[in-house]
Unconditional design. Structure first.
Length: 122
C-alpha cells in the first residue's frame, strides 16, 4: 500500500471516529441551512436543517464546511446540477472509495434523506 493511500485511509478512519463523537453532541456547528423541510422544487423528502447538522458531523471533514471542499472530498456546491435527489440518495448509500460507506451502520434511511436534501440545497 503506498503512502498516499495509507494517509487517505487513516484520514477517513479518523473522520468516522470523530463523527461518532460529534453525533453525541447536541451543539449546532453553524453549518446548518436556514431552511427546514424538503428542498423546494425537488422530489426530496429529507429535512435540510437536519441534513446540515448530520453533514457537519459526518461529511464536512472531507467535503468542507457547507460543502465548499476540504481536501479529500470534492466540492458539493452545485451538486444538484450533477446528481438529482435520487442519485444523491443512491451515492450516499453506496459511495465509491475513498468515500466511506456510512449507511446503514452510522446513518439511518432518514439521515441519508436529510443529507441528500442538504446537499441538493447547496
Amino acid at each position: 500500500m503506498n503512502r498516499s493511500w495509507t494517509l487517505l485511509v487513516a484520514c477517513c478512519i479518523a473522520s468516522m471516529l470523530a463523527s461518532g463523537c460529534a453525533k453525541s453532541s447536541s451543539s449546532d456547528s453553524g453549518a446548518a441551512a436556514q431552511a427546514s423541510g424538503p428542498v423546494a422544487g425537488s422530489n426530496s423528502s429529507g429535512d435540510v436543517k437536519k441534513g446540515a447538522t448530520i453533514f457537519a458531523a459526518d461529511c464536512a471533514s472531507c467535503h468542507g464546511a457547507a460543502g465548499a471542499g476540504g481536501g479529500i472530498g470534492p466540492v458539493l456546491i452545485g451538486e444538484k446540477g450533477r446528481k438529482d435527489y435520487s442519485a444523491a440518495l443512491a451515492w450516499i448509500k453506496n459511495p465509491q472509495p475513498p468515500m466511506p460507506k456510512l449507511f446503514p451502520a452510522t446513518l439511518s434511511e432518514t439521515d441519508v434523506e436529510d443529507v441528500a436534501s442538504y446537499v441538493e440545497s447547496l
